[in-house]
Design a protein around this ligand. Structure first.
Ligand code: ATP
Length: 256
């Protein structure tokens, strides 16, 4: 069984590189190496907090606890957590980084390869759905690449378990939400379930097949809702996207 102890790391098990992989809202992500209990050393990504902000620390612990329950080939694996001079979340390293930036720089990648990667993402999402979890932040920036043919879903900072009483998660307050990826019921009623993750999957598929382009360009929240709900319009077919793939994203955006 995977308990909290299983995931506890000592500070001396983690070796941090100078290389920064990215920065999030509250801290940075650095490349590193982790020595496991069996002595094996593996490359990792280490998420640390800038300062000891209590809410940020709480959020990171929540993210870690959520990730403890996940084990899937297409979901970033949590190696452990270390509470030392600062709190560190140690994750399996995805050296090629986020899918959107990778595609922006590799426009010669075949659509068939993109479809292969997005199929992998669908497998990971299906696993989450079956466990009654909602991701709530699925987007191309949160799909990380190990290599050109291996994608993993990351960033479980907003993820929730869907309650037993309802078959959806109802947000108590609106936060900094990725509205362009959200289904209308999320924006109107703050309700999230696997079907709203499916809507986000459609937007992610659109980003991927358009080589990392921004969805809805410069449109703002209200404008997007008018476009989607009142005018019943959808994002256009990306230039190189196959009809079959575009039909799949259109299905993800079915209003009912
Ligand atoms: P935000 O909520 O703003 O997207 P965040 O604080 O949740 O950011 P992450 O998205 O988890 O932070 O990570 C920030 C960046 O660090 C990512 O965009 C990515 O470039 C890099 N990164 C995160 N995890 C990994 C990993 N496992 N392997 C490689 N790079 C990673």
């Amino acid at each position: 069984p995977r308990t909290e102890e299983t995931f506890q790391l000592q500070r001396d098990q983690i070796l941090l590189d100078e290389e920064k992989l990215g920065s999030g809202q509250f801290g940075s992500v650095k490349k590193g190496e982790c020595r496991l209990r069996n002595g094996k050393k593996i490359p990792v990504a280490v998420k640390t907090l800038k300062n000891e902000d209590v809410t940020a620390k709480d959020d990171m612990m929540k993210e870690a606890k959520f990730m403890m329950n996940l084990s899937h080939k297409h979901i970033v694996r949590m190696i452990g957590i270390c509470d030392a001079e600062c709190i560190m979340l140690v994750l399996e390293l995805c050296p090629k980084g986020p899918l959107n930036s990778y595609l922006k720089q590799n426009k010669s990648l075949k659509q068939s390869t993109i479809v292969e990667l997005m199929w992998q993402v669908s497998q990971g999402m299906s696993y989450l759905g079956k466990k009654n979890y909602v991701h709530r932040d699925l987007a191309a920036r949160n799909v990380l690449l190990v290599h050109e043919h291996l994608a993993k879903i990351s960033d479980f900072g907003m993820s929730k378990a869907v309650g037993r009483d309802h078959n959806y998660y109802e947000a108590k307050e609106a936060g900094k939400w990725p509205l362009k990826w959200y289904a209308p019921e999320c924006v109107y009623y703050w309700k999230f379930d696997s079907k709203s993750d499916v809507w986000s999957y459609g937007v992610t598929l659109w980003e991927a097949t358009s080589y990392g382009e921004k969805p809805y360009r410069k449109m703002k929240g209200q404008e997007i809702l008018r476009f989607l709900v009142e005018e019943n319009q959808r994002l256009p077919k990306p230039a190189h996207c196959h009809d079959i793939v575009y039909n799949i994203m259109m299905e993800c955006w079915t209003y009912e």
